[in-house]
Design a protein around this ligand. Structure first.
Ligand code: CP
Length: 335
């Protein structure tokens, strides 16, 4: 019973009932975000087992205009573990009427008549306007273009909180050759700022985090620092000195055409995360924890890191179910 009352308290604290999560600004206060993490903590044992039949009459639509493994299937697993059911459109550009030219707005207005909540991904950030105009039920974005990926941010902050016991004061390094379109980096920074972590972006001059993101971070009084055009040695030092090395999955930003693609991958070599900095930290009596939202390529990191105490990468995957369950439940409970 005690847990039940804790769950109700946390659901109230998260204050998401009936609302969409289109960005981290869905959380107006640190307390609201903490409420969601508390719900996720309550649900963690249920996610690991058979779930709980708490919203059996509710239906989710997952509509993904961009490829996804974790976000789409994670949403679907989470909804089913809450007792709800799912209808899914994984290839809408082929199998929905969007392929015939129907607008996103009309599509979402239609789907809203069938379901109680929508999980969605789209390659364009501008789709948000159509979502706001068309959707008549709450929408959770699993990434709109290069702007935000709040679902991944919640997985990441929960993973840090759960494994390190706190977020406040952590030195979190977010390194990559291109952070302009890294929606994971942007959302994660907003979440970290709300918990007063120290954020360090390390990137190239042409890959800097957009000014509107930096401005919003300053508005959150974020402890944020940029290291521009770092040398390989500077990166190695930053990697060995941080508490959390949060890799932002920069592969979405790799140019499609040659020679830009080869030039980018050549530049990216200095951002490779190997064992060296982790061992250096270990010799100094510290542990650097490594996060990566996946998918990853072998040009980004040494996959052997998975076998070390440093890696929280597969924890992120595992903890993505209870965190997704929490998002859905916070939005749908009592509706
Ligand atoms: N982390 C993440 O968003 O993975 P997917 O692209 O597979 O959904």
């Amino acid at each position: 019973m005690r847990q039940k009352y804790d769950l109700l308290d946390a659901l109230e604290k998260a204050n998401l009932k009936g609302r969409s999560i289109l960005g981290m600004d869905a959380f107006r206060t640190r307390d609201e975000l903490q409420g969601l993490l508390d719900v996720a903590a309550f649900l963690e044992p249920y996610a690991r087992t058979g779930g709980l039949n708490i919203i059996p009459s509710k239906v989710m639509a997952s509509i993904f205009f961009e490829p996804s493994t974790r976000t789409r299937l994670g949403f679907e697993s989470a909804m089913q573990k809450l007792g709800g059911s799912v209808i899914s459109e994984a290839t809408p550009m082929i199998t929905s009427r969007v392929a015939s030219g129907e607008s996103i707005e009309d599509t979402l207005r239609t789907v809203s008549k069938y379901v109680h909540i929508i999980g969605m991904r789209h390659r364009e950030a501008a789709v948000e306007a159509a979502v706001k105009a068309g959707a008549e039920v709450p929408v959770i974005t699993g990434g709109f273009g290069g702007k935000e990926h709040p679902v991944q941010c919640i997985v990441d902050v929960y993973t840090m909180w759960r494994n390190l016991g706190k977020i406040e004061g952590l030195n979190v390094l977010i390194p990559g050759p291109e952070l302009i379109t890294s929606r994971v980096a942007h959302s994660q920074a907003y979440g970290l700022a709300m918990f007063n972590a120290n954020i360090i972006f390390a990137t190239e001059k042409d890959g800097r985090v957009p000014e509107d993101v930096m401005e919003r971070l300053r508005g959150l009084n974020a402890n944020v620092k940029e290291v521009i055009d770092p040398t390989g040695q500077e990166l190695e030092d930053l990697m060995s000195q941080c508490d959390v090395l949060s890799m932002p999955a920069w592969v979405r930003g790799v140019p499609k055409e040659e020679p830009a693609k080869s030039e980018f991958l050549e530049l990216a070599k200095k951002y490779y995360v190997g064992m060296g900095p982790l061992k250096k930290a270990k010799e100094a009596g510290r542990t650097v924890y490594v996060l990566h939202p996946l998918p990853r390529l072998d040009v980004e990191m040494d996959f052997e890191i998975d076998k070390t105490e440093n890696s929280l990468i597969w924890d992120q995957v595992e903890l993505s179910i209870n965190t997704r369950m929490a998002m859905i439940l916070c939005i749908l409970y009592g509706t």
